[in-house]
Every structure is written in structure tokens, then in C-alpha cells.
Design a protein around this ligand. Sequence first.
Ligand code: IMO
Ligand code: MG
Length: 432
Amino acid sequence: MSKIDVLLGLQWGDEGKGKIVDVLTPRYDIVARFQGGPNAGHSLEFGNIKHVLHIIPSGICHKDKINLIGNGVLVEPLILKKEVETLEQIGFEPKANLYVSKKAHLILPSHRMMDAASEQSKGSRKIGSTLKGIGPAYTDKVARCGLRVGSIFQNNFKELYCSARDAHFAQIKALGYSPEDFKIDNMSFSEYEKLWFESIDSLKALTIVDSEYFINEALENGKKILAEGAQGSMLDIDFGSYPFVTSSNTITAGVCSGLGVAPSKIGKVFGICKAYCTRVGSGPFPTELFDADGEKMRQEGREFGSTTGRPRRCGWLDIPALRYTCMLNGVTHLMLMKIDVLNSFEQIKICDQYEIEGKQTVKVPYDVEAKINPIYSSHKGWCQNIAGIKQFEQLPQQMKDYVHTIEEKLNLPVAIVSTSPNREDTIIKSEF
Ligand code: IMO
Ligand code: MG
């Protein structure tokens, strides 16, 4: 009997999860997504090509490994179809090793439209959603009126679809809009709906499974499984900066419900974090920079959304937030990403605690409106290009000091230091 290892983001998403899943896949038999949906944008880079995955797990470029879309994930069939086709065009055969849970819920075109209507109606309080229909589709799941992947095989699927769509249209009208007010990926509703329906046939052609049995039997047979998180722990529906969050449990607990594995079967938990912070969309971001340093991070780190193209907000590393998410997830190993982005900074800051209304604290406050003054320590930069270095020991001393400082502050070992988006530039600092 083996255990399932977990890899997830400790910040606000975009930590580099896709790259590390791709690097670790050779150690596993199965890679499984457990929550989120096409709001994710996981980038893998090798052979000078960048691949961006939204719904398909990031182990897909290893053809002998099974990639499973678990029951906790939201599937948008048209986006999935396009993703499969893009991979096929460059020579991969995703259909051969992609499995989809029967119990995963579907994102309908009208969910996407509702996302847009809901955001528009919120005005300045908008969440900054990726507009992929995540909130409305999870709402229907919890309200017990969602459609699942298994529903597509039912004779009355079309009927079920129409009644869900009509209910969504009524809700859009109740918000004061009409379905004609919105386009989906630059298409009218009826154009998009037609393509969406055609994509159902492609979904039917994939391997659809009872994923909870599949996963548990695989564990029983000693198979090695990696659960791939999407978004980040600070966007978790329960523990993130509510309401500026996504609509799923992005933390380790989500693996249990999103794949159907018992808590006792969770193995190692790899917490992925950048050497600084970014956030895309609205909501509190205590260490956000509005100066030249922030702009430099954005440029050097190419911090523009891989799902929406939006510029990401950038700031220094936030230890209270990281301590919080390491606690929530039971992180056993850290993986530190994009450290090369800090190559040209003379001083690097780390936020060690917050000051809120004159009081210092290391805890993340309940109130998203709280005015947080981050208290920083300053660390000397390495001011050096580190391209090509493969051993941790050979990195500049100041960089090693920065990594050790993070380990000390979080009381966790750093297992991997990533020095570029490329697969090859992955330094194993300590075995895991
Ligand atoms: P990956 O997996 C970064 C953010 C959105 C928005 C909020 C809610 O690539 O790290 P949603 O579409 O879920 O309703 O949006 O969450 N968000 C992400 N930010 N990376 C992601 O995924 C994200 N997925 C959602 O920007 O603020
Ligand atoms: Mg992303």
C-alpha cells in the first residue's frame, strides 16, 4: 500500500506548480488533479517550447504516465478538447493516457456567462475571476443541481442541459443583464454553445472512470501517485482572503474530497512557493510593491497571467502567509521557485510580521479590509547571473543564505531550488 504525495501552491497561485509536476512525473505512475478547472494555467518548458495546461494534469508530456482529472475538478469540455488538440499538434498523444472522473462536474457555457455577469454586477468589489465559470459551476455543485461528466451518457442529457441553461439565463436577467450582453471567448452564446456541444463527443471518447476506485486500487497495488494542486492556498475558499478567493479547497484537505482518498493515505506534501510573491485579481496583498522593484519583478519574472494575460501584482516574500499555508497543508518539503528573478536586486526584503493597528502579529488576520503594515528584514542580494549552475553548493553565498533564511523562518527543508522555467534548471538541494 502506498500513499499519495501532494504538490500544491502556498501563495496566490502561479508558483510554478506545472514545472515541478513535470520534473517529478518520472518518479510517479499517476498524476492527478483534485480541484479547480480551466482557471489554472500551468506552464511547462522544455526543448525551447512553453506548454500551458489548464485542465489536463502536468504529467501529460510523459507518455507512459496516467494523468487523471479527479472528481473535484471542473471540466469545460470545449477548453479540454482544444487542450487535447494543441498537445496532439506537437506530437503528444494525450488521449492515450488521460483519464477523467465520472463525478467531475461540467462547466456549461452559461456558467461562463454567469461568471461575467456576476463580476460585472460587483463593480469595484469584483473578484478578478478568470471568467472560466468556476464560481457558478461550483455553486451548482453545492446547490445539487450541477451536471457531471457521467451525465453526458444519459439519454436526457440535452434536457438536463437546457433546464440548467435556462435557470442560468433567469439568474443573469435577475442581475439586470441579458445573455446578449456577453460574449464567450469572443463568440456569441449560440456560436459557443454549438461548439461546446460538439466537444461533448470528444469528451465521450476519453477514458471516463470511477476515479475514487481507480485511485484507491492503484494505491493498494503500490502505484506512486502525485496529486497536483491548482491555484494557491491563499485562494482557498475557506482559508484564503474571502471573498477574494476561488471556489474550491486548494489545500491538502481538498485531495481527500477531490480524489476520494482517506487522510491516512496522504504522504509527502510539497509546498511550492516563489522567492517573492505575486497575485492576480483583487484582494489583500500585504507585501505588494508599487515601485520600481515591483515593476522589475514583473518584467524579470514575466509576471503576466498564463490564463488571462493580465499583469500580476508583485511583492516581497510574506512569511506570515507562508507559515499559515504550511500549517494548513502539513507541508513536509518546500520547493523554491523563480529565485533567478531576484538576480539583480541589491537588497531583498522578507516580511517577517505584520503590524495591524499598531500591534505586531505573525498571524494572517480575519479581516480582508485590515490595513497591514509589513515589517521587513533586509537581505543582501547576490547580483549575479546563476544560469547553468546545477549544484546548490555552487550557488552564490548570498543566495544560499537567502534559502537558508527561508528554511529557518518556516522550519522546513527546501528540497528544490528552481533557477529558470526550463525543466533542466532544477537544483535538488536535499533528497525527498
Ligand atoms: P494556477 O493554478 C493565479 C484567481 C483569479 C481571481 C480568483 C478567483 O495557475 O496557479 P476564479 O476564476 O477561480 O473564480 O478566480 O482566483 N486565480 C488564480 N490566480 N493562479 C491561478 O491558477 C488562479 N486561478 C484563479 O485571478 O483572483
Ligand atoms: Mg496561473
